[in-house]
Ligand binder design. Structure first.
Ligand code: AMP
Ligand code: MG
Length: 356
């Protein structure tokens, strides 16, 4: 009898447990379903690119609006084409007077200068006169003469961007200019990711052109999947990243270019030559927890080319990368390879992993 009662108790206990588990699972399913139903999407044009945002949160509608306003505010500070932006004022005052900037613009200029130093000048925001000369600022493309390139290159010198007291900056020579095109979208993705995290959002994706910010995980807790574009055919992809909470930022000559006399000229300029970088790379993707840095480095490593880029990675510990070369290699640093799969991809690329 004693044994029977115990048996019943145990069974009861087990039944109670499995009932609990079932209820918990049911509650989780309902929560997940609710989260998936709370999906809000938007597509806008800003910062010279298409911005797609997906937020899983019941306050999604108002959060999408906040994200949009924030990006517009940043565009208002950093744009090189809007006359009243901080950057346009700084450029217009070149060789004349100092410009008072917002704290944010000042800080981003400082960060840009630091990255310029770190990358040995492969990243250089004072490249603007050359970018403009090739027609990438106003989308009026032309192949400049060597004389024109020499003249524009004489105005490229990040040491002549002086960061003064009280958030003021000064470009020492008339005609000098800065262009934050290689870093501003990464910075914006950092700002927006912070905003959403502070609002308690656990699941969101923001794509600013080639820049992807992943916040948390998918609503069911699984990893986000992000495709790495095939630079030879943008309708195809060479592999998939599976990630959470990080930035994935790609720079590539295929993203913006024009053709003249059968030759392709892209928008990433080598500050050593004044010509579109011919580094043997088709694209560079940076994976990092720092969106600003990831953006600047995707551009810089593209300019550096494979060997210098891998040396740079070996001496850093805050990013991973996938580099695609003109001769058909997809090269992932070990940390990137760990979250990157190319199973089932049918293409002519060969895949390699490099270790530290
Ligand atoms: P991204 O798409 O991030 O690689 O940035 C490319 C944009 O940054 C170009 O459209 C130019 O406006 C600017 N840019 C081009 N070359 C450089 C460079 N070497 N360093 C910094 N900015 C650059
Ligand atoms: Mg960049």
């Amino acid at each position: 009898m004693k044994g029977k009662r115990m048996m019943l108790c145990l069974l009861g206990g087990m039944m109670l447990c499995s009932g609990c588990a079932a209820r918990r699972e049911q509650a989780q399913q309902m929560l997940q379903q609710q989260k998936e139903e709370d999906r809000y999407d938007s597509m806008t044009l800003a910062m010279d690119t298409v911005i797609n945002t997906t937020i899983y949160d019941e306050r999604g509608e108002e959060l999408l609006l906040e994200v949009e306003q924030e990006i517009q505010r940043l565009e208002g500070l950093f744009s090189v084409t809007k006359a009243d932006s901080d950057i346009s004022k700084l450029n217009a005052n070149a060789g004349k007077e100092e410009t008072a900037l917002s704290e944010e613009t000042y800080a981003l200029l400082k960060t840009s200068k630091e990255i310029s130093t770190e990358t040995g000048g492969s990243f250089d925001i004072t490249i603007s006169p050359v970018v403009k000369l090739w027609g990438f600022t106003e989308e009026e493309h032309h192949v400049p003469s060597q004389t024109e390139i020499d003249q524009a290159m004489a105005l490229v010198d990040e040491d002549q961007l002086l960061m003064e007291e009280n958030n003021t900056a000064y470009l020492e020579e008339e005609g000098m200019a800065v262009d934050l095109g290689a870093i501003a979208k990464g910075y914006a993705s950092d700002v927006v990711a912070d905003l959403l995290r502070q609002e308690g959002v656990e699941s969101a994706l923001i794509s600013l052109g080639g820049n992807l910010a992943c916040i948390g995980t998918k609503p069911d807790g699984s990893l986000w999947e992000a495709a790495l574009a095939n630079p030879l055919d943008e309708t195809d992809y060479v592999g998939l990243f599976q990630v959470s909470d990080c930035f994935l930022i790609t720079s590539g000559g295929y993203q913006r270019y024009f053709e003249q006399d059968g030759k392709r000229y892209h928008h990433i300029i080598d500050p050593d030559t004044g010509y579109p970088a011919e580094s043997g790379l088709l694209s560079v993707t940076i994976l990092s927890e720092d969106g600003t840095k990831a953006d600047a480095l995707s551009t810089a490593l593209f300019v550096m080319g494979l060997d210098r880029a891998l040396d740079f990675w070996r001496n850093s510990d805050d990013f991973e990368a996938v580099l695609i070369t003109e001769d058909g290699r997809v090269i992932a640093t070990e940390g990137a390879a760990a979250v990157f799969s190319f199973e089932g991809r049918d293409n002519d690329f060969t895949y390699e992993t490099v270790n530290r």
